[in-house]
Write a protein that binds this ligand. Structure first.
Ligand code: ZN
Length: 356
């Protein structure tokens, strides 16, 4: 038998909880509704999506697929936000491809574009992981995450009151050699374009340390570090940055597998930083995937697959639930996001049906 075919079924007899609805209303602070990540919901009827959100207990969804210009932003605003303004927030982006052409004028131009995006309806800025990995300036040099030339962009985000959701780097294993020691070997074989060996790519730590410098330098700009501050494998590192920088928040999207394999550390992290953690998914509006997140956050179930499919996709291990206290759950599920994104968007209702 090849390792690929191996599907061991745990013989454990332990508590198995099925969560249908989350205990509190949920704001999904990190998701995609367009292509290629979100499943192309901009081309499907909105009512289908809203039904899905109702089933999953999602009251508000941050759609990070606003693109870099006005066309996609406009299309998403028209399709999602205008018919259901209380259910969506849309984030814009930066068109890095213009740097070579605009040269020194690029940072101010990008700041102006952000103003324009806000006028059109963008409610935040999304930075994709190409920043720090691939983005190059007019001389063809790699732009580091803490490049001081970009100050106008971060200052403008702060002036406009727009939070910056930033993803830099990727799992540190993606920067390691693709050999028998790599814990994401199967995933990297399935997606060779996710492998960023250094060289030619910068080392993982130089990228996340750039993020730390950036967040510390622009203390008036709100930064949300995607995927548990871009370093879910090292919660001590993330905690140290949260301690240093009150303007830093994290979302927990796409990192159930990481958080759930260090449940003692993760539980302490959630309790200690309960005011700074936002719920996020990153898997499109997938009902079963949402329910696995709720199971992880709410129950003390042990050793379960963190993916709805048969094989855990980010490494062959299982996770344990965190059984977070209600006050922590409520903050992570919606209160922190509500505070950051403004407005009285969610009516605090009775806890949901809970365990089913
Ligand atoms: Zn994402």
């Amino acid at each position: 038998m090849e390792l690929e075919q191996y599907r061991p079924i745990p013989m454990l007899v332990t508590q198995q909880t099925r969560i249908i609805q989350p205990r509190f209303p949920v704001i999904d602070a990190h998701n995609h509704l367009g292509e290629p990540f979100g499943g192309g919901w901009d081309r499907k009827p909105l009512s289908e999506l809203l039904d899905r959100f109702d089933q999953a207990g999602i009251h508000l969804c941050v759609d990070l697929d606003g693109g870099w210009g006005e066309d996609i932003l406009h299309a998403h605003l028209e399709h999602f936000k205008q018919p259901a303004p209380e259910r969506f927030k849309l984030f814009g982006g930066v068109d890095w491809s213009k740097w070579p052409e605009l040269g020194e004028a690029f940072p101010e131009w990008a700041a102006q574009r952000l103003r324009l995006q806000k006028e059109r309806g963008a409610e935040g800025l999304k930075l994709w992981k190409g920043f720090g990995l691939q983005v190059r300036d007019a001389l063809g040099e790699l732009v580091p995450v803490d490049d001081p030339r970009l100050a106008p962009l971060w200052q403008t985000a702060s002036e406009l009151g727009l939070p910056v959701l930033i993803h830099v780097g990727d799992p540190p294993a993606f920067f390691e050699p693709l050999d028998e020691h790599n814990e994401r070997w199967e995933e990297l074989h399935a997606h060779p374009d996710w492998h960023f060996p250094s060289p030619p790519y910068p080392p993982f730590l130089s990228i996340v340390n750039g993020l730390a410098n950036l967040v510390a330098r622009h203390s008036r700009t709100i930064f949300i570090g995607a995927h548990v501050g871009c370093y879910a494998e090292n919660l001590a590192w993330v905690g140290a940055l949260l301690d240093r920088c009150p303007n830093f928040y994290v979302d927990i999207s796409a990192r159930l597998g990481e958080l759930g394999r260090q449940p003692y550390t993760a539980r302490r992290f959630f309790i200690q930083y309960a005011d700074r953690i936002l719920f996020g998914s990153d898997f499109g509006p997938d009902l079963e995937a949402y329910r696995l997140y709720y199971r992880f956050l709410e129950t003390s179930d042990e050793y379960f697959n963190y993916n709805p499919g048969e094989v855990p996709l980010q490494g062959r291990w299982h996770v344990c639930g965190l059984y977070l206290p209600d006050e922590v759950l409520a903050k992570v599920y919606y209160r922190n996001a509500q505070r950051l994104f403004g407005g009285t968007l969610v009516h605090e209702s009775q806890p949901g049906a809970g365990a089913g």
